[in-house]
Design a protein around this ligand. Structure first.
Ligand SMILES: CC(C)(COP(=O)(O)OP(=O)(O)OC[C@H]1O[C@@H](n2cnc3c(N)ncnc32)[C@H](O)[C@@H]1OP(=O)(O)O)[C@@H](O)C(=O)NCCC(=O)NCCS
Length: 201
């Protein structure tokens, strides 16, 4: 019994060290365990790597109607690696259960010509079988501080008006609906434009 526990500990430790080593700098923020009482430590949140991208794309294609070409994922990873995170089973880093990716957009502020950085949630999805285990919440909780480091003044996102689960999730993270983008999606559905302003805390 003691031997088994020790082996698992060493095994996990090895995987973490190996992953940090591959990714380079800033070890602490690159890979971390997220424990939640609902499903204690059954998954980990880690930085996405080039090797993960094809599986991230597969999760996206299964879970969302919006598909992106491979180079799009690659460019987000190249430009915003710190906030491109994936969830994997604790014992299988080759399986992707969910992902989140952000980018920074520079736009003029409402009241002046000043340009501001906004953290735009590009996409988040969790595979159907693994939902309601806190994976999306963990992905957001870990990625938002990372994109915030890019001097953003607010987080922004679009969500289908019918996507009750995602709207609930974002409201839990202090997002508020600021408006509706008519026929935002290819199939004609409207989007809520949701914003979380950082200076309003
Ligand atoms: C939205 C989505 C990412 C949530 O993933 P998840 O891992 O199941 O979410 P979590 O378990 O972390 O849940 C966090 C919160 O989201 C909300 N939520 C998630 N699923 C929900 C559901 N089916 N009904 C109502 N609220 C839900 C809840 O507020 C939940 O908190 P709670 O469990 O304390 O009530 C997932 O349903 C998904 O991948 N959907 C398809 C892709 C998608 O719509 N992406 C968003 C595009 S804008």
């Amino acid at each position: 019994m003691y031997l088994l526990l020790y082996s698992i500990y060493i095994h996990n430790k090895f995987l973490i060290i190996q992953n940090n080593f591959t990714m380079g700098t800033d070890k602490e923020s690159k890979t971390s365990f997220f424990n939640r009482s609902k499903n204690e430590s059954s998954f980990i949140i880690k930085s996405c790597t080039d090797d993960d991208l094809e599986r991230v794309k597969q999760v996206n294609e299964q879970e969302l109607p919006e598909d992106y070409p491979f180079f799009f994922y690659k460019s987000i990873l190249d430009n915003y690696p710190e906030s491109f995170l994936v969830a994997c089973p604790k014992d299988d880093f080759n399986q992707i259960l969910g992902y989140v990716m952000w980018r920074v957009e520079r736009t003029s502020s409402k009241n002046s010509l000043r340009l501001l950085n906004k953290g735009h949630l590009v996409s988040i999805a969790v595979s159907g079988d693994y939902r309601r285990q806190g994976i999306a919440a963990a992905l957001l909780a870990k990625s938002m501080p990372e994109i915030q480091k890019q001097n953003i003044t607010e987080y922004v996102l679009e969500v289908r008006v019918s996507n009750y689960s995602a709207i609930n999730l974002y409201e839990n993270f202090k997002f508020k609906t600021e408006g509706i983008k008519k026929k935002y999606y290819k199939d004609g559905e409207n989007a809520y434009f949701m914003v979380y302003k950082l200076n309003e805390n």
